[in-house]
Design a protein around this ligand. Structure first.
Ligand code: ADP
Ligand code: MG
Length: 327
């Protein structure tokens, strides 16, 4: 069982940051409003994610650690309109096959929490009572301890932590309504406070993208034919100074998509140097049936059924926003 999971892990678990991404997405799927991420040694030693979501019932802890166990998709129809972030039921099994993983949780119905550990080649799950508030804690220690090739592939503590920080930034911009806390080696590094008010949104935007971006950014929000595009875009002068600031979300999911980037780039036109990408945070919302997100296990890519329509809509909204901008 461990081997099959390790093979799957090759796809999902590239480095500590991918573990953090999967686990935080699980917390979001579980309805958490507060998520704490504790990292030690860039994630090589410890990744601990604590949330106040619904928790996992005692009887389902063992299942949660096994492959293709997902509580999120119950039929093929569900697969076509996936709203939750995770849907393959692979992350926990994969991660636990390449680390020492402890899963602790309590649901509101239970008086007591429970803890599950999968051990040995056959990943036999041991269950024991544990004191835990309502919610879930996943503790991943010694990542890649049993896959030396992967372990060697890990970069310095600083580099790996940088990737984790970036994952948290992306998530911070996808869920303004959730408190996110990030600590490294016991020290608080980021605290993104929840809030839906525009002033609170701006604060979080500044925390992620820097005050300079917020000061110059053009805000846009347009709807057309069931498509909505909103967000912030730096005018060309400011964009030139922020080469690494491109955040795109499709129905709340972080995406790196060629079509989206192309549309944005075209909207900037010749006001940016040829190698420039622009600086932006944008949210595209459309009917879930109009997109396929199941293209790649890392789930970064999308396929739009009406690609041309989506492309042109984005181009027009941003072109308009930029037309009113200073040069
Ligand atoms: P997936 O997210 O694709 O369903 P995972 O392997 O990531 O698969 O998780 C397996 C299952 O474990 C989930 O479907 C969910 O039922 C449960 N689970 C994992 N993490 C959490 C969490 N933080 N809170 C509640 N349930 C969780
Ligand atoms: Mg998941």
């Amino acid at each position: 069982a461990r081997l099959a999971n390790q093979i799957a892990a090759g796809e999902v678990v590239e480095r500590p940051a991918s573990v953090v991404k999967e686990l935080v997405e699980n917390s979001l799927d579980a309805g958490a409003t507060r998520i704490e991420v504790d990292i030690e040694k860039g994630g090589a030693k410890l990744i601990r994610i604590r949330d106040n979501g619904g928790g996992i019932p005692r009887d389902e802890l063992t299942l949660a650690l096994s492959r293709h166990a997902t509580s999120k998709v119950s039929s093929l129809a569900d697969l076509e309109a996936i709203l939750s972030l995770g849907f393959r039921g692979e992350a926990l099994a994969s991660i636990s096959s390449v680390s020492r993983l402890v899963l602790s949780a309590r649901t509101a119905e239970q008086e007591q929490g429970w803890q599950a550990v999968a051990e040995g080649r056959d990943m036999v799950v041991q269950l024991q009572p544990a004191s835990h508030p309502v919610g879930t804690t996943v503790e991943v220690s010694d990542l890649f301890f049993n896959t030396p090739a992967r372990r060697r592939f890990m970069r310095t503590e600083k580099t790996e932590f940088g990737h984790i920080d970036e994952v948290l930034r992306r998530i911070a911009l996808s869920r303004f309504d959730v408190d996110l806390i990030l600590r490294h080696n016991g020290k608080p590094v980021r605290q993104y406070r929840a809030g839906r008010l525009p002033s609170q949104q701006d604060k979080r935007l500044a925390a992620v993208c820097g005050p300079a971006f917020v000061a110059s950014a053009l805000k846009f929000d347009s709807e057309h034919h069931g498509l909505r595009l909103w967000g912030w875009l730096a005018p060309p002068s400011a964009a030139r100074a922020q080469p690494d600031l491109q955040y795109t979300y499709v129905n709340g999911r972080m995406m790196r998509d060629k079509l989206l980037n192309h549309a944005v780039r075209q909207a900037y036109g010749e006001r940016l140097p040829a190698e420039g990408h622009g600086a932006f945070v944008l949210y595209l919302e459309l009917d879930a049936r109009e997109v396929d997100v199941n293209v790649h296990p890392a789930k970064h890519e999308v396929r739009f059924h009406q690609a041309r329509l989506v492309h042109d809509f984005i181009y027009q909204v941003l072109h308009q926003a930029l037309a009113e901008a200073p040069v």
